[in-house]
Design a binder for this molecule. Structure first.
Ligand code: C5P
Length: 218
């Protein structure tokens, strides 16, 4: 192909929040902006990879040359990731809702004199853990994220082994990360940790993509 380091490689990136419906007009979601994941998709594409970006609802335009697949729920996201396989690289940066509503109402829930309704929640599938399982479709390199407010290293390393991924990007979210342009991260691999000072999400993405390219060169 061309001379770029990830030419001929395929990547799947998840980004943004998920949206879990309560009824046709309401839902559960979170404050993920999708900025970090979109920047990673863009940086991998710039190095020549063919990128599928599986995105929850965000207000961002798709990076040039990246194929975006819109999803709402965690289960939609999981199906879209599977549909995009096989892939050499998976980067799961989405903030997937841990729970969804059990028994989504088919009509708008009415305010009733008896008081507010109660929501019953059930656990969503862990997309990253599923993708990391050994099998013929497992990407060569699976990268997860760990957003932590305390004990970044211990929590990130525990997540690395619990989920079975290859690398974890540990994200210190104790100050201003959600929706912000900057991010302070530590990359944990089986060979050690690499801390990057707070910098733009674009810069974090470029560094991560460069590390991924090095990995495939080696
Ligand atoms: O366990 P925790 O949610 O902190 O793990 C974060 C990592 O796992 C992120 O890479 C996130 O995209 C991924 N994840 C997932 N599916 C879930 C929950 C988290 O892929 N249901």
């Amino acid at each position: 192909p061309d001379g770029r380091p990830l030419a001929g490689r395929t990547a799947v990136v998840t980004a943004g929040p998920t949206f879990e419906p309560i009824d046709p007009v309401r839902g559960l979601t979170n404050r993920s902006s999708g900025k970090q994941g979109y920047a990673i998709a863009e940086a991998l594409a710039a190095l020549g990879a063919k990128v599928t970006l599986v995105s929850g609802p965000v207000a961002l335009s798709a990076p040039v040359g990246v194929e975006r697949v819109w999803v709402e729920t965690a289960r939609d996201m999981q199906a879209a990731v599977k549909a995009a396989f096989p892939a050499d690289i998976a980067v799961m940066s989405a903030a997937v809702a841990d729970w969804r509503v059990d028994g989504v109402a088919s009509g708008k829930i009415k305010k009733a004199p008896g008081g507010p309704p109660s929501l019953s929640l059930i656990e969503n599938p862990d997309i990253l853990a599923g993708v990391s399982k050994p099998g013929k479709d497992r990407p060569t390199l699976v990268v997860g994220f760990a957003a932590e407010t305390t004990d970044l290293e211990a929590n990130a390393l525990a997540k690395l082994s619990r989920k079975g991924c290859d690398w974890i990007v540990g994200n210190d979210v104790s100050d201003d990360v959600f929706g912000a342009d900057g991010n302070a991260v530590t990359l944990f691999t089986r060979d050690g940790a690499d801390s990057w000072p707070r910098q733009s999400k674009t810069e974090v993405a470029r560094k991560l993509a460069a590390r991924i390219a090095d990995h495939f060169k080696a």
